[in-house]
Design a protein around this ligand. Structure first.
Ligand code: GPP
Ligand code: MG
Length: 284
């Protein structure tokens, strides 16, 4: 674990609660069992249609469902990486809220570039660094116990920055101020997130249930665009991924690794109070 600014990693009680959550929710079959499929550990949801053979069979073995869920989660990370633009091996990229390291490990495999991940959970930093070490990539893929609001990296270091379902833990204006600083001009930011549909007003009960489940604070859709604009981050692509993620949740609720939050996601997506969004933006 690379710990450079111990003591400043978390600055508020809420951040300490979030760190504690991820340091203690370590027995999570929904993430560990999927990760064991090919040793890539994700902390995000899935995209795309499950294999029809898995859906149609009468008695599908649970391990087939788990493999399928993992494939859909990896497909989600593919979409994110595909939107980073041209990344060369000499570039550096930043994974803001890097979890157990899945997207970062994939990014290095795709681009051969240097990857830094930041997380406020020392359990996650250790887990992810172990992933890099076991592949012999520790010199190029490093996970740091740092706060994504104050990463400690020099200005303009990263050709691209991403957040894969992590923005609901922070203030977006603070976050994008930091991204504006670490990106060079024309650097790329990619975000996949769940956001509430503030066109309809306040959060629905199902969105509030999601907040409570993960101790997060899902932002309204408009807040993303206000915070990006306030920090010279100009959207080039916005995609509503909701229809592509619903099948993942339908499959997940049939699996042994379901956690109980599946119905809230399905309800929120179906009633239109919540969207699964891809946002791609370039820095002015
Ligand atoms: C994914 O993590 C979820 C989050 C980090 C927080 C909430 C995200 C939203 C889009 C609202 P996970 O893979 O740890 O979740 P789970 O354990 O439920 O699979
Ligand atoms: Mg998960």
């Amino acid at each position: 674990m690379t710990q450079t600014n111990a003591g400043q990693v978390t600055t508020t009680d809420y951040q300490r609660d979030v760190a504690n959550y991820w340091n203690t929710h370590t027995n999570d079959p929904v993430n560990l069992e999927l990760g064991k499929v090919d040793d890539i550990y994700h902390h995000h949801y899935g995209l795309g249609d499950p294999d029809a053979a898995v859906l149609q069979a009468d008695d599908v073995p649970d391990e087939e469902i788990i493999k399928e869920l993992h494939r859909l989660e990896t497909a989600q990370a593919d979409v994110l990486l595909d939107n980073l633009g041209t990344i060369r091996s000499e570039h550096r990229v930043l994974d803001a809220g890097s979890g157990r390291g899945g997207t970062s490990i994939m990014a290095h495999a795709w681009f051969g570039c240097r990857v830094d991940g930041v997380t406020i959970s020392d359990y996650q930093a250790d887990f992810a660094n172990d992933q890099a070490e076991r592949r012999g990539w520790s010199d190029r893929v490093q996970f740091h116990l740092r706060n994504m609001l104050d990463t400690g990296f020099a200005d303009g270091q990263f050709q691209a920055v991403w957040t894969n379902e992590t923005t609901m833990y922070v203030d977006l204006f603070d976050l994008y101020r930091e991204f504006r600083r670490v990106l060079p001009r024309s650097g790329r930011y990619v975000c996949i997130t769940g956001c509430y549909n503030d066109v309809l007003g306040e959060k629905s009960p199902s969105v509030r249930q999601i907040d409570e489940h993960y101790i997060c604070n899902v932002h309204g859709r408009s807040t993303y665009f206000q915070a990006l604009a306030a920090n010279d981050l100009v959207p080039i692509k916005v995609l509503d991924l909701t229809p592509q993620t619903i099948p993942y949740w339908e499959l997940r609720r049939q699996s042994s690794v379901k956690t109980g939050i599946e119905e809230a996601f399905l309800q929120a997506y179906r009633e239109g109070s919540f969207h699964y969004l891809l946002i791609v933006a370039d820095r002015l």
